[in-house]
Design a protein. Structure first.
Length: 423
């Protein structure tokens, strides 16, 4: 089978790494990829939003199966275009991708399905927004309806902070069309949990769970980021809790989407808050998470090609359960100085060739310079993952590998998974 992975981050490197282990793979491609994906796949030069060139390449190379990593091409309808030419695609249609691309539509689906989530009020102007803030109280979440590259959610701890966020989104249009409609949403307290489930349009199967770290600095300080690390499995995510998530959240959402004419074929990424009254949805995404994917895939006990292909072709019902091998994984993101704000690129990365057993490196914001040196090319540069018999062992190995890598301005969180080990 010839397979194409779309994307260029650590998530896509991890996907390529795991897919390449399948005996079903004859050739593996990635577009646009990075120096890491190029070690296990052949990189193609097409941007993820260049749908025409991707579709042309799929036809020219006689690709049998496409796995889409990021949300942007899904929001633009890449899966729809590939389905038109008869190529099975792991990733939802443009219509189903609205579970991520429109927070208001997602709320409507959850309401129809009776899925537990925070109370929210949709607003289109500052006056209505502030009235909603007064109604729901402080703290409150301000969310832009559309895709905003991780910049569309603000947790306001004062009325002034809420007003500043609403004014920026609705009046100043700092997010463009993504902020034309906003949700003012109840602030949920509890423990965050990311749950992933495959769905083929009708059947669902639990894929894995993880906890990630959004703040840039230790102790949950600093600005929000795309994710500074993750671990799996979370000890508090018991079989009973995950069964409740599937029964009360994932399965009803899948059924409601199918009833609305937008069946999900791909992965549900449920960002949850485990509250005193049970798990509630903070947000849904329509693709694998980053950095969660990097810690879930090393624990997967099975053929990823088989699972994703069955999902894409409506055959997930033939899979009884998706199992994970014993142990744990911890991932630490190494970032460029200044991230998530402005940062310099082109910094040589040293130590990539240094090995530590039971660890993997998944590259993201990196590229190969003309002299062959791999240099930084993004905010999140790579994820270092350690696997071990438990979280303590996995964490120790991950940080041993981190210490062997260096580039100018590099920073990372030193507390990934520490809360589980110290508790």
């Amino acid at each position: 089978m010839k397979i194409l992975v779309v994307g260029s981050g650590s998530r896509e490197h991890a996907l390529c790494w795991k897919l390449a282990q399948s005996p079903a793979v004859h050739e593996l491609f990635c577009t646009p990829g990075n120096p890491g994906t190029n070690e296990v796949a052949r990189n193609l030069p097409f941007k993820v939003n260049d749908l025409d060139r991707i579709v042309d390449a799929v036809q020219e190379l006689k690709i049998d199966f496409v796995v889409v990593g990021p949300e942007e091409p899904l929001s633009l309808g890449l899966a729809d275009e590939l389905q038109k030419i008869g190529v099975p695609t792991f990733g939802p249609s443009q219509s189903a991708a609205r579970i991520e691309t429109s927070k208001q539509w997602a709320k409507e689906i959850m309401s129809a399905a009776g899925v537990p989530t925070g109370t929210s009020i949709a607003v289109r102007n500052l006056t209505d927004g502030m009235a909603a803030v007064e109604q729901l109280g402080i703290p409150v979440a301000i969310k832009a309806d559309g895709l905003a590259a991780g910049k569309g959610v603000v947790i306001a701890n004062s009325t002034l902070e809420a007003e500043v966020a609403l004014r920026a989104f609705l009046s100043e249009r700092t997010l463009g069309a993504a902020g034309e409609l906003c949700l003012v949403e109840e602030y949920l307290e509890g423990t965050e949990l990311s749950v992933f489930a495959l769905c083929d349009g009708k059947d669902t199967r639990l894929f894995g769970a993880a906890c990630d770290y959004k703040r840039a600095l230790d102790g949950e300080k600093g600005a929000n980021t795309g994710g500074m690390g993750a671990y799996s499995p979370p000890p508090f995510a018991t079989p009973e809790l995950l069964d409740e998530v599937m029964r009360t959240i994932i399965e009803p959402t899948a059924a409601a989407m199918a009833a609305a004419g937008a069946p999900m074929r791909g992965v549900f990424f449920a960002g949850l808050m485990v509250t005193a009254t049970g798990p509630k949805v903070v947000e849904f995404n329509c693709r694998f998470g980053d950095p969660e994917t990097q810690v879930i895939l090393p624990l997967l006990d099975g053929d990823l090609v088989d699972l994703l292909y069955r999902t894409a072709t409506g055959d997930l019902g033939s899979v009884d359960v998706i199992s994970a091998r014993a142990g744990a994984a911890v991932g630490v993101v190494l970032a460029s100085g200044g991230y998530p704000g402005p940062y310099d690129a082109g910094k040589p990365i040293d130590g990539l060739e240094e090995r530590v057993h039971d660890t993997e490196l998944f590259l993201a914001g990196a590229q190969r310079a003309s002299d062959g040196q791999i240099v930084t090319a993004g905010g999140r540069v790579l994820t270092v993952v350690g696997t071990g018999k438990d979280l303590a062992a996995a964490r120790s190995l991950a940080y041993q590998r981190v210490e062997k890598i260096a580039f100018d301005g590099m920073f990372y969180r030193s507390d990934i998974a520490s809360r589980e080990i110290e508790s």
